[in-house]
Structures are given as C-alpha cells and as structure tokens.
Design a protein around this ligand. Structure first.
Ligand code: IMP
Ligand code: MG
Length: 172
C-alpha cells in the first residue's frame, strides 16, 4: 500500500537551486579541473542535473556506501564501491542527496582525505540540520529542511519514488 505524498519542493524550485549551485561551483573553480564524486544511489539525478550545468572541466565518478535501512540510519557505514581513479592532487567535490545525521558523509570525507586531494568540498542538495550528530560543513547546500522523511528526485523509500521530478514528504 503506498502512502500519500505531499509536494515539498517543486521541480521548478529544485531546478532553479541546482543552477545556482552550479553557478557557484563554476565561479569557484573557474579555469581548474574538478572531479565530481556522486554518492549512489540517492544523488544520481541531482548529480546528472548539476554536471550538465557545469562549465568547468569535470571528471565524474561514483561511490556506493551502505548505511540505511528503511527510514532510519543503522549508523554503520561501509563501502560497496570506491572511486576508480586516484584523487591525489585533484579538486574533489562530493555530491550527496541529503545529509541527515552526517554519519555517512563524515565517513566518506575522512576516507577521501586520506587520498590526498588538493581540495575536498561537499555539495548536498538537502540537509536536516536538527538531526545532525556530526557537524559536517556543507560547502554547497541546496536546501535546509525539517526533520521529515522525503522522497523523489533520487531519494527513495526502500528503492521506490526515486523517479519523481519533485521532492515530497512521505506519509503526509
Ligand atoms: P546519514 O548518515 O544519517 O547522514 O544518512 C545519509 C543517507 O541516508 C543519505 O545519503 C540518504 O541516502 C539517506 N537518507 C537520509 N534521510 C533521508 C530521507 O529523508 N529520505 C531518503 N533518504 C534519506
Ligand atoms: Mg545518499
């Protein structure tokens, strides 16, 4: 049985904000090469829209982590797939769908720092500030949101709803 979904961020709101984030990255990295690392699976749509709005030269890679079951983080993070290239001396921007407790992304950033990139930035479409257990600075943030479980635009509930063009609140 699917629960009702209320639209929280419209397709237009998301697209405007993604363009603004890309503009910011284009300004900050003008004339430099960057490596975009999308965190699968939740960021795949955000990442695809973001990179198509970039003017800076970008290599695109992905990582896959496991930390989430249902609507609650298990707190334990592990790698399913790491990047395929060396990050030594690179300008890396990690692209995430949402920072919730911060456990997943702080694990990933710690791991990436050991790869000696020249710079390491975090771009996240969403952040649930009230839920953060670890204070992770988000260099490029789309929206701060309330503590609600959201789906759509890449975000899922048990693998469903990723294809929605908007972000909705699950169960409302
Ligand atoms: P964290 O480790 O608690 O920060 O959890 C981060 C991961 O949990 C994100 O990358 C998402 O994949 C997932 N997640 C957290 N909150 C939500 C949500 O509201 N909807 C869908 N996925 C979520
Ligand atoms: Mg994710």
């Amino acid at each position: 049985m699917s629960k009702p979904i209320s639209i929280f961020l419209s397709k237009e709101q998301i697209q405007k904000r993604v363009q603004e984030l890309a503009d910011q990255i284009n300004r900050d990295f003008e004339g430099r090469d960057i490596v975009i690392v999308g965190v699968l699976s939740g960021s795949f749509i955000f990442c695809a829209d973001l990179v198509r709005a970039l003017k800076v030269k970008a290599q695109i890679d992905f990582v896959s982590l496991s930390s989430y079951e249902g609507t609650e983080s298990s707190g334990e993070v592990s790698f399913r797939m790491d990047v395929k290239q060396s990050l030594v001396g690179k300008n890396v921007i990690v692209v995430e769908d949402i920072v919730d407790t911060g456990l997943t992304i702080s694990f990933l950033l710690k791991h990436f720092k050991l790869k000696n990139p020249q710079s390491l930035k975090l771009c996240s479409l969403l952040r649930k500030k009230a839920r953060m257990k670890i204070d992770v600075p988000v260099d490029y943030l789309g929206f701060d949101i309330e503590d609600k479980f959201v789906i759509g635009y890449g975000l899922d509930f048990d693998g469903h709803y990723r294809e929605l063009p908007y972000i909705g609140v699950y169960g409302e």
